[in-house]
Design a protein around this ligand. Sequence first.
Ligand SMILES: Nc1ncnc2c1ncn2[C@@H]1O[C@H](COP(=O)(O)OP(=O)(O)O)[C@@H](O)[C@H]1O
Ligand SMILES: [Mg+2]
Length: 511
Amino acid sequence: MRGAKTVSPQNHVNPTASSSKSKRTQLPQRQKASGEGAALYKNKKYRRLVSRERVTAQFQQPQQVSRDILNAAWSAHNQGKTPWGKNHALLVKGGQLGQVSNHISLHSQALKQPLATNKGEIEQQGRQVIDNLQKGFNELSQLLDQQGGMMHPTEFQQLNGLLRTFHNEQKLMLQVMDDPGVASVAGSLDLTQAMELKRLGYDLTPTMVKHFSSFNDSQLIRGSDQNFGSGAIHSVTKLQFQTSTGVVEKIFKGDDPVDPCPFDSITGAKNYLDKSKPRFATRNFAAAKFDNLLGTGLMPEMELTVHDGQVGVLMDVAKGVKPYDQSTNQYNWTPVEDDSQPQKAAKIQEQLNSAEWLDGICAQQDRHPGNLFIDPEDGKVTLIDNDMGFYPGLHQVRTPSKPGGFRRFAGSTAGLPSVIDARVYEKLMSITPAQIHQQMDGLITREEAKSTISRVKELQSHASMLASNGRVIENWQQWKDPSTGLNAAQFQRHHAPDSYLLSVQGQSQGL
Ligand SMILES: Nc1ncnc2c1ncn2[C@@H]1O[C@H](COP(=O)(O)OP(=O)(O)O)[C@@H](O)[C@H]1O
Ligand SMILES: [Mg+2]
């Protein structure tokens, strides 16, 4: 234990407080501060390796961790000072944990700072962050080297985990510093946002900056966050924000650093997204762009925010009911074919059909009837959970899988739609490849945009074919198919067994 002095944890947490009193007890610097962590950022080869690595673990609640470590520091300190004498090891432990807590607290404060305004300053800012983490790392590893053997296995494991966390945070900081786009986001993101984007596999671009919401945890009504719903994979949280005009409710869905979904088993791994960085949030934004281009208005408002240190999608609360509830395996009635409300039924039918076109463009694979809402009051349809689309290898609109295989997911596409709304037809036919590249820039990869162009072309020629058969619908209440005389709902019942119209009623051949 040579070299380590026994000091109270308080002195480390508040190194500047009451200097006259604490002078005697302050810990001497173990290493020169400027040299700490230098090995990391001065080593170009290491930096190149780190910039390619995926660091996916999140440092959850650093403030809380800092407080917990401080409590542990005090407890070691108090136990070390008994009426019968001093336990040197415990006092040293108390002092070192106090230091560790302090470095975590400094890190947590640094995370709230905006990224500096140019690349050179970001480098300096990053080096400070890395140095501070390195000091925490060194303090903690010294403690574990000297006293790890005496610790309870749980404590040892937790502290060891913290060592890894320090290291991960350093790497994420390096990834920010070395991101080719860092200069373009300088001053526009804070450190949490920038490091979270790297953890989630995003490039730092102005496009990402633009998507950040003005709603964040600073306006969150404390204690308002509650678990709101769960799907097969994720849980979402409802958040309430205080604004000058009242309380706003939103849904938050944390983004995934790695893909937890089994869709590669359906599409084939070679067609699928990069599982090590699925980038679900931007797939949602890409889908919203096409919702806009088609004029369909089917998606909730979606933005990025940070909640509890995690970046995710913040969206409007969809109104109405889910036609299918996965948690109870029940279908809910909606007025989709309600003869007593023909206008509302027609409106819902129109939107469900438009959703087929939109999902076809996006190669949406997960549109089971638990991923949409229908409002029985006004007939509004809202498509949620737009994560699973824009795979690079899906050049064609996938025909629905027939029974067998992974049924839970296999039936969730409608394939090529059987009819089209007149307004959607106009908009669809006007979409150009250049427009797609321009709109998708920064949201999906070039490969993903190329396969989208090919699906749009396929859907455009399919729509032309429908037009020549009189299947472009101007008025959904009155339309009759020219060759069969069937109305919109009847026609889909006979000719579109995988249509969303049937799917929301539990009558499709798919899910
Ligand atoms: N914008 C939203 N509005 C209302 N409810 C939502 C919204 N987003 C998600 N939910 C609820 O949370 C559940 C899980 O969200 P979802 O995105 O479908 O997760 P998963 O990826 O696991 O399927 C949904 O089934 C729904 O009940
Ligand atoms: Mg879902």
